[in-house]
Design a protein around this ligand. Structure first.
Ligand SMILES: [Zn+2]
Ligand SMILES: [Zn+2]
Length: 369
């Protein structure tokens, strides 16, 4: 098969500068490497921060961003016959893939937590010449990368949510359930209803919670969260101060606070306030915090309540698989595809980033057709 010589890509040549549309030479593929044609690449909140160098990591530029990609297999080496679940794959099939983990370090071998891999090679964060980001026509999927075939009955718009927000929440819920989870009739508060918050809401709704209270400052997002299972929505901006807001939310939980609070907003102030929402023996799951800044908290609020605090980060291929199954099983019930609020041509990626930053797009996606 003839491989393309070059691939168009929107390249982050320098932090804080607009992306540039460039022709990137398709690198020589190693044994076992695949080439995919990007079908749909969604824009993550992380990309918005990465482009401005606001993350705790600072990968060297130029970078092709995009770690939430559904791609069609364009070149399939003879050595690759199936996805990680054993489903046969062929050219033209749609797949999604995790970051590349070495499988050999302490985190991979001993902890069995590849997300913490000491030598992980991320997609969407690597040098542009490697062509391993979704903001492009083509993307290289390196040998050894765990990937899964997207079932035909799931659209790319529905599936792409599993590539980042969905798999992150599946992993976080695995950790939450290892600490007791959500019981039937529980009150759950989800702070921040971007894509991660939406998946937290829908998975809480399917876990037997009686109350799922969504908080945000965007009326549009709050309204949308009802379609994903929120029973109550609270606009955080409607209160004169924190004490009034905390009382209102605790009252929604029968006056005793929330059994589970899931922080998906990324706001430090929200992170701190959430400790006041917890009921006795409540569980506090933190998924949305990416900044390196700090905020004072009173440790006694955790101790006195017997609270459990759980952090969770990203996900590995297990969580992609489970998220896709969850989407497939519940697609008639929740509008998973509507997580993509607007589509853009590849060349309009700067506009997509801008709309994400301004909050006018819940999730932007780049299309390649
Ligand atoms: Zn993401
Ligand atoms: Zn490793």
């Amino acid at each position: 098969m003839d491989l393309p010589k070059t691939s168009k890509a929107m390249v982050l040549t320098e932090f804080k500068k607009p992306l540039e549309l460039l022709d990137i030479p398709v690198p020589e593929l190693g044994p076992g490497d695949m080439l995919v044609k990007v079908d749909l690449a969604s824009v993550c909140g992380t990309d918005v921060h990465l482009a401005r160098d606001e993350l705790s990591m600072h990968p060297p530029t130029p970078i092709i961003m995009g770690h939430e990609t559904v791609g069609e297999i364009f070149y399939l080496p003879d050595s690759v016959k199936t996805d990680v679940t054993g489903v046969p794959v062929k050219v033209g099939d749609r797949i999604m893939w995790s970051h590349l983990f070495d499988g050999e370090c302490y985190s991979c071998k001993v902890l069995h937590e590849p997300v913490m891999c000491e030598h992980s090679r991320g997609y969407g964060f690597s040098p542009a010449k490697e062509l391993r980001g979704g903001y492009a026509e083509y993307e290289v999927v390196l040998s050894g990368t765990d990937f899964i075939r997207v079932p035909d009955e799931i659209t790319s718009e529905e599936a792409v949510g599993a590539c980042c927000a969905g798999r992150t929440v599946v992993n976080a819920f695995d950790r939450l359930f290892a600490c007791g989870g959500i019981h039937q009739g529980d009150s759950v508060v989800v702070t921040g209803v971007g894509p991660v918050g939406l998946f937290a809401i829908v998975m809480a709704a399917q876990s037997g919670a009686a109350k799922i209270i969504a908080t945000d400052i965007s009326p549009t997002r709050l309204e949308f969260s009802k379609k994903w299972g929120a029973t109550d929505v609270v606009n955080s901006a409607d209160f004169k101060d924190s004490a009034e807001r905390v009382k209102y939310i605790r009252d929604l939980c029968g006056g005793r606070g929330a059994d589970v609070v899931i922080e998906c907003s990324g706001s430090l102030a929200v992170f701190a306030e959430n400790l006041d929402l917890l009921a006795y023996y409540g569980k506090y799951l933190i998924v949305g915090q990416t900044s390196e800044s700090d905020i004072p908290v009173v440790p006694n609020k955790i101790q006195r309540k017997g609270a459990v605090v759980i952090g969770s980060h990203s996900g590995d291929i297990r969580h992609y698989i489970k998220c896709l199954k969850f989407i497939q099983a519940n697609k008639g019930k929740y509008p998973f595809g509507e997580i993509i609020s607007k589509k853009y041509k590849l060349a309009d990626a700067n506009q997509a980033l801008e709309d994400m930053r301004a909050g006018t797009a819940l999730k932007a996606a780049l299309v390649n057709k």
